[in-house]
Design a protein around this ligand. Sequence first.
Ligand SMILES: NC(=O)c1ccc[n+]([C@@H]2O[C@H](COP(=O)([O-])OP(=O)(O)OC[C@H]3O[C@@H](n4cnc5c(N)ncnc54)[C@H](O)[C@@H]3O)[C@@H](O)[C@H]2O)c1
Length: 241
Amino acid sequence: MQKVAVVTGAAGGMGRAIVTRLLGDGMVVVGLDIDAAALAQMEVQTGFTGIEADLMDAAAIADTFARIAQDFDGVDALVNNAGTCFMSEFPDIPVDEFERQMSLNFSGAFHCCQAAIKLMAGREGVRKIVNISSNGAYNFDAFDPPHYRASKAALDTLTKDLARRYATEKIAVNSIAPAMTETPLFGVVSAEVLAKAIAQMPHGRAMQPSEIAAWVGFLISPAGDISSGNVIILNQGRDVR
Ligand SMILES: NC(=O)c1ccc[n+]([C@@H]2O[C@H](COP(=O)([O-])OP(=O)(O)OC[C@H]3O[C@@H](n4cnc5c(N)ncnc54)[C@H](O)[C@@H]3O)[C@@H](O)[C@H]2O)c1
């Protein structure tokens, strides 16, 4: 039987690469995103179903997973990839921006975990959750603002809690924390800041979404069964001291 993966932020740079990777690995993939038009274009891929959902809305997440429960037998893997980086600088961060940052990057992933774990019950093998965190939660030299860093640090604590909580139920939970990866999210910073950040990458180049997706695919494959509770930092060795 084909395994079912749910990928959030499926229509973004990283999301599309993760969808391609998991489809290539033979999974059925359900992609969630607020961008309905982009999801519709992606439906040409065999095995892919797009569902429009605002992941800042807990009720919408509940409705979406109710639909997934109805249309698919259950869920074998969840990739919490949806996220963004709002760039106001501390202390002048508007309340609304702070709340939206935490809502998409942390609360949305939290609610997806709550719903997906219930649909993982009774599935064969080790089920997987992969949370897409950020190197920004650990490297304080780069440009990331504090509400972005904090949202990803919270996500990584959720990773560890769920990893421990569900270990004996064979649900493995890991975070992948990439540094500079070439996606539309690069647009949140100026060309000058971007060039400086890319120049700091040891290989002299940004990473590609397919390179991050390969690690997601590995964790979700049987080879990844024995890893849980880890935050895997992908940055070409930039921050090793
Ligand atoms: N690109 C990088 O350098 C980088 C580095 C570290 C971590 N990350 C993380 O990778 C993840 C993917 O980012 P990306 O670079 O592909 O960005 P992206 O902007 O290309 O993709 C983000 C996706 O999330 C969707 N989205 C936004 N708001 C939403 C909402 N309310 N509900 C549902 N979907 C929504 C967007 O439509 C988009 O498809 C994010 O969690 C980001 O924090 C990216």
